[in-house]
Ligand binder design. Structure first.
Ligand code: SF4
Length: 346
């Protein structure tokens, strides 16, 4: 540990007290905090991976009203699970949650430790530590990008890291040294809350921060630049999609079961799904161009109007009545594009 880390660790009791008192006073009233259970913690942690709290809230409430416990989730169909997740993105999480519930109900007792949670589908180190500490009281520190940011700033550590994983590894010993072992769940939640509401990426609110007097980086004019983590190189991709209509119906591609990421979801088919060469659509067939970013890919999606394919359809292509599109599961961007193109009269 650096001299600043050792100094901070030596002040751990003051740090824990100030953080804990601030959290008791200022925490947001979130549904997985106001009513607690292992199941609610698990669902909230999976939903919150790479997703903002404000986005998760309505999904969480809807999910809980339909699938209130592990038994209900395990008994639900894949279609129900995906439909409830529709628009939240990163659909692999929904699949893992579904599989996890089916494994959990077969266990003689709920897992208690981070190591036991880590062995279940879709649960990484951070999520395992969050569930074990918050829902089961295990004294284990959670370290994600938010916590790295707080600890790097508290210790004025501007070491450049090639990856987030390298930064997590570096700051884990300090997170463990600071952990309040009498209330590990509350401590971890307070760290998450501090990173989400005060020690934010841009413009940290140092003047109202409860641990400002223990923060070595507070006075730095470069505080926003800490931590210094290299960005993964972005890659450009272009995808050409087809808008194919016939009487009251739209042609969609159903992602087949073998696909890990989005199996079971529907989307506008690519030209390759229709057996067409992606380089050949007529220039005047282009209806719209949309751009989006998925992980490190910046994707340009071009949607072309094409005539219905001749002959029998490939197995994963389906005609869906426009009136019934609300009943099937589309990924968020595809639902938006379909709604907009239909509204524009296409
Ligand atoms: S004082 Fe500022 S930089 Fe330091 S932990 Fe608080 S919000 Fe972050």
């Amino acid at each position: 540990m650096t001299p600043e880390s050792k100094q901070l660790a030596a002040n751990r009791q003051a740090f824990q007290r100030r953080l804990g008192e601030w959290f008791a006073r200022s925490q947001r009233k979130l549904p997985w905090r106001t009513e607690r259970s292992v199941y609610r913690t698990v669902v909230s942690e999976l939903m919150l991976q790479q997703t903002q709290v404000a986005t998760v809230l309505p999904y969480f409430e809807r999910w809980m009203s339909r699938l209130p416990d592990f038994e209900a989730l395990a008994a639900a169909s894949e279609e129900t699970v995906l439909k409830l997740w529709e628009g939240l993105g990163y659909y692999r999480r929904a699949r893992f949650l579904h599989r996890l519930a089916r494994e959990i109900i077969r266990l003689p007792a709920l897992p208690r430790t981070a190591a036991e949670w880590r062995a279940l589908p879709g649960i990484g180190d951070y999520t395992a530590a969050a569930i074990a500490s918050i829902a089961c009281g295990e004294a284990v520190a959670c370290v994600d990008g938010n916590v790295v940011r707080i600890l790097a700033r508290l210790t004025a550590d501007d070491t450049p890291f090639a990856t987030s994983a390298a930064a997590v590894k570096r700051f884990t010993p300090l997170a463990e040294a600071l952990l309040d072992e009498c209330a590990p769940g509350r401590h971890n939640e307070a760290m998450m809350e501090l990173g989400a509401t005060l020690c934010t990426k841009r413009r940290p609110a140092c003047t109202v921060c409860p641990v400002a007097s223990l923060c070595a980086g507070r006075a730095s004019p470069e505080i926003e630049a800490i931590p210094r983590i290299g960005r993964a190189k972005t890659e450009q991709r272009e995808v050409r999609r087809a808008w194919v209509r016939r009487d009251g119906e739209l042609l969609l591609h159903r992602i087949p079961k073998g696909s890990v990421r989005m199996a079971g979801l529907h989307e506008l088919p690519t030209l390759e799904h229709l057996g067409r060469d992606a380089g050949t659509p007529a220039p005047d067939s282009l209806l719209t161009t949309r751009r989006r970013t998925i992980t490190r890919y910046q994707i340009t999606e071009k949607i072309h109007r094409l005539p219905p394919p001749k002959g029998p359809l490939a197995a994963d292509l389906v005609w869906v009545a426009v009136d019934a599109i609300g009943q099937i599961t589309l990924s968020g961007p595809h639902r938006r594009w379909v709604r907009e193109l239909l509204a524009a009269g296409h």
